[in-house]
Design a protein around this ligand. Structure first.
Ligand SMILES: Nc1ncnc2c1ncn2[C@@H]1O[C@H](COP(=O)(O)OP(=O)(O)OP(=O)(O)O)[C@@H](O)[C@H]1O
Length: 269
């Protein structure tokens, strides 16, 4: 479980993330969508304790990352594909991570097989293609068998086979009951991968809803996304249980608001 509450990060005059709140529940793939520069990576870095929020908090299983006793066993992340020493082999890289994270060495072979790198295990990582680097980054994320996983743009630069492999992996990890948050600016890919979506504009929440609800009016996910991110509409959501009606009305994209980045109403979960 990931909980983000009032998360704020500023770089000088730039508000990279502004008062952002959402939850990521286990058991489904949650897509984290937003245009370039909207704050997805900054949010993920704060969840992983790599950036310090100016305000608010990001919790993994109820605690901030620095307070996790065995972080590798609770949360894994692919944030940078090439986050390894190029002179080390894949096996050496993962063995060092396992040793530092209190994870059994036996997991190294297991995750190398899971990501399809068993045959390249003793090849220097600096010789890896982008696709192989992504697989090694995913192996590192899976190393501690964590229940919470974050992937920042995992399909960037991959060929169709690699894209499909990652999509299937995300779904199977969620089907095992894990919490899976995947960022992307590729709407078509998210439509195939995610059941739930958190959409942000420049630093702010624009929608926190299911793919089904966002497209309930018959529009494609791409159309709904553009309406959200252009500021022409803001998702207002459908309350899960309306005391005054028996049948919830379709999820609307509301009329234009005075400011495209006024805080949206979040759908209760
Ligand atoms: N270390 C930094 N120093 C200064 N500004 C930063 C830094 N990191 C991020 N930013 C700024 O914060 C904003 C959000 O950036 P971020 O990388 O989080 O967005 P993103 O949604 O992940 O973008 P992309 O899809 O292009 O990866 C951008 O305006 C970016 O320029």
């Amino acid at each position: 479980m990931i909980s983000v509450r009032g998360l704020t990060k500023r770089y000088g005059a730039t508000a990279a993330v502004e008062d952002l709140s959402f939850d990521v529940a286990p058991g489904t793939v949650t897509g984290f969508l937003g245009p370039n520069g909207s704050g997805k990576s900054t949010t993920m870095r704060m969840i992983m304790g790599l950036d310090t929020p100016d305000a608010g908090r990001a919790l993994v299983n109820g605690r901030p990352y620095p307070e996790l006793a065995w972080p590798l066993r609770e949360v894994g992340a692919l944030l940078e594909a090439r986050a390894y020493h190029p002179g080390r082999t894949a096996h050496q890289h993962l063995t060092a991570l396992a040793a530092g994270g209190g994870v059994s060495r036996a997991r190294v072979g297991e995750v190398l097989r899971t990501v399809g790198l068993a045959e390249a295990a003793h090849q220097r990582a600096g010789t890896f293609s982008l696709g192989m680097s992504q697989r090694l980054g995913i192996a590192a994320a899976l190393l501690g068998d964590p229940g919470v996983l974050l992937f920042d743009e995992p399909v960037n630069g991959l060929d169709p086979e690699g894209v499909r492999w990652i999509r299937d992996l995300m779904k199977s990890l969620a089907a095992e009951g894990r919490t899976v948050l995947v960022s992307s600016h590729l709407i078509s890919e998210m439509a195939l991968t995610a059941e739930h979506l958190v959409v942000i504009g420049p630093g702010r929440l624009l929608a926190d809803t299911s793919v089904a609800e966002l497209t309930a009016d018959g529009s494609s996910l791409e159309e709904a996304f553009f309406r959200l991110t252009s500021g022409a509409a803001m998702y207002t959501g459908t309350p899960a249980h309306r005391p005054d009606t028996e049948t919830p009305s379709p999820a609307p994209l509301s009329a234009p608001s005075p400011s495209p980045y006024d805080p949206p109403h979040r759908r209760p979960r």
